[in-house]
Design a protein. Sequence first.
Length: 121
Amino acid sequence: MNGGAKTAIHKGAMSVSTMEWFAAAFAPRRDHKGMSTPSYAARWWLLVCTGLSALWSWQVTDGFLVMAAALTVMVATPLLTLGWYLIGLVSARIPARYILAKAERAHQAHLVRKAAETTQP
């Protein structure tokens, strides 16, 4: 058996796995009321961007807390805005998912109750 064939199959599996991860990370999330909430990628971007900005600003200001905090806010704000805009462009092409299966059941039950209320006189 050729080892190359095994690699090709493995690569095919990796691409599907990568696409599933990509969709899971960038899919907009819906809560129990059906309201749209940020994707996991947007939430991760907040933590990564703020953390890296804080580390950089701490080093630049030689540990002066007030200046480091101010510089973190000044640097992170435009980076967050740009990142969230780009994440939003990607997320617009991916169907929304519920945060939890329980949230989906709660929202579906709410829709059923609402439909039942409107059909009754």
